[in-house]
Design a protein around this ligand. Structure first.
Ligand code: ATP
Ligand code: MG
Length: 423
């Protein structure tokens, strides 16, 4: 079943707004069994929307439009839909009543701007889709053999309305079947090496197996097909990549799941990653069960006072060193009374690099009750990428420790880990 997405707005073409709506809608439709053949971004002019819509309704069974339903002059989706349907716009009393009610409830001290009345206009023959988060109602229509749904541009309003569309889609497309989708997550291995391990299991059909590397570094293998195909392929894939398997979607989710099962806690002391480790952990629902404390120990004085990193250690190894990362992790574990602690120290850039320690060099360490393990990674790219990626590397190292794939070493015998570059 072919679907097409139209994202409307000059700000999208100017690169001022990233079109996250199309990505969300595409995933939502794909999960429900549609094949999204194209996402088209068009500017505000009614003519542009009309042209894209005409092409879409002749090709696809479903067209979802996002944006251009606002009350201002540049919001032309209603007009474009009316033009393509060859009908007039007329005011819907129920929509106007709803807009007034929305204002009374949400902005009781403000008078309703007259231009909001435009949002009650709809092409003759269309249905209104309720928007309980904003003023713009959505629209649904039949254009020839195609169904068209117009949703607002504001992402959270669009998402809520998309959920409400679910029931309607099942009525419109009764033969639509949700595909069975399975996912296998890996970390600690690059894409090419993973591809070599997987080999022939990466097929285009029956089932379809896709490989995606997240910006944070873990790999997702996505299997789509019949229930039997997916089950068998997932088993074979897991067998092929066993040493790198994560139990959940990404290292942060895996750590929260693993530590939660074990009733253990974690803390983080971060220098160059500036809170990214804890941000990635804290983004996972259920983090409160495992996350104890985090400290951004940027200044050397803070590393010394709060974590016990001695000036002598810093002088001997340099502040960006595995020895300092290890001392930070061990200090943080004690300080936070956590079962595990993660530490990072490195050079996020763009300045501050040297020939010996270039920008993107980050030393990571994980301490547990048996000792500590440290690694050095080199992440290429801008400051933000170095921070995000280095934090993800640190979380992967922690997963490997928790899964027993890497053993920590007591501080008396300092860990001598190979200098590696996995980024
Ligand atoms: P609506 O139909 O809800 O009135 P609109 O396109 O008329 O939407 P805009 O004022 O253009 O409204 O956009 C509202 C907000 O939604 C803006 O913050 C804009 O950046 C965001 N937005 C619009 N379209 C998208 C999109 N495709 N992806 C992500 N954000 C979007
Ligand atoms: Mg717009």
């Amino acid at each position: 079943m072919l679907a097409r997405i139209l994202a409307v707005g000059d700000e999208l073409l100017l690169g001022r707004t990233v079109d996250t709506n199309s990505a969300h809608i595409a995933r939502w439709l794909t999960d429900r069994g549609f094949h999204v053949d194209r996402t088209v971004v068009v500017g505000d002019p009614s003519r542009d929307i009309e042209n894209a819509l005409r092409a879409a309704v002749s090709d696809a069974a479903l067209v979802v439009i996002t944006g251009g339903l606002g009350p201002t002059d540049d919001d032309r989706t209603r007009q474009a839909l009316a033009a393509v349907m060859g009908v007039a716009l007329h005011e819907r009393p129920t929509a106007w009543a709803r807009i007034r009610r929305w204002y009374r409830t949400n902005l009781p001290t403000r008078a309703i701007p007259e231009i909001n009345r435009r949002q009650a206009l709809a092409p003759v023959g269309t249905d209104l889709l309720t928007n309980d988060r904003g003023t713009a109602p959505g629209l649904s229509a039949r254009v020839g053999r195609c169904r068209v749904a117009c949703l607002p541009g504001v992402p959270h309003e669009m998402m809520a309305m998309l959920e409400r569309l679910d029931r309607r889609l099942r009525q419109w497309f009764p033969r639509l079947r949700r595909p069975v989708i399975g996912e296998v997550w890996l970390a600690g291995i690059g894409e090419s090496a993973a591809q070599e391990l997987i080999g022939d299991l990466l097929t285009e059909r029956h089932p379809q197996v896709g490989i995606t590397v997240s910006e944070k570094g873990h790999i997702t293998l996505r299997v789509v097909g019949s229930a039997v195909e997916v089950r068998a392929r997932m088993r074979d894939l897991r067998r092929a990549v066993t040493p790198y398997l994560l139990p959940a979607a990404g290292p942060a989710a895996s750590l929260v799941a693993l530590l939660g099962q074990q009733g253990r806690t974690i803390a983080a002391a971060e220098s160059c990653t500036c809170g990214q480790v804890v941000a990635q952990l804290g983004a996972i629902p259920g983090a409160s069960a495992v996350l104890r404390e985090s400290l951004v120990a940027y200044h050397q004085g803070v590393k010394r006072l709060r974590l016990g990193v001695t000036p002598a250690l810093v002088r001997r190894h340099g502040v960006v060193s595995e020895a300092v990362a290890a001392a930070m992790a061990a200090g943080m574990r004690r300080h936070a009374r956590a079962d595990l602690a993660i530490a990072t120290t490195g050079i996020a850039g763009p300045g501050g690099g040297t020939a010996a320690t270039p920008v993107g060099t980050v030393c990571l360490a994980v301490a547990d009750r048996s000792g500590v393990v440290s690694r050095t990674v080199r992440v290429r790219g801008a400051r933000e990428r170095v921070q995000v990626r280095a934090a993800a590397h640190a979380l992967v190292l922690a997963c490997e420790v928790v899964l027993g794939r890497i053993a920590t070493v007591p501080p008396a015998q300092p860990a001598r880990s190979a200098h590696e570059s996995r980024a």
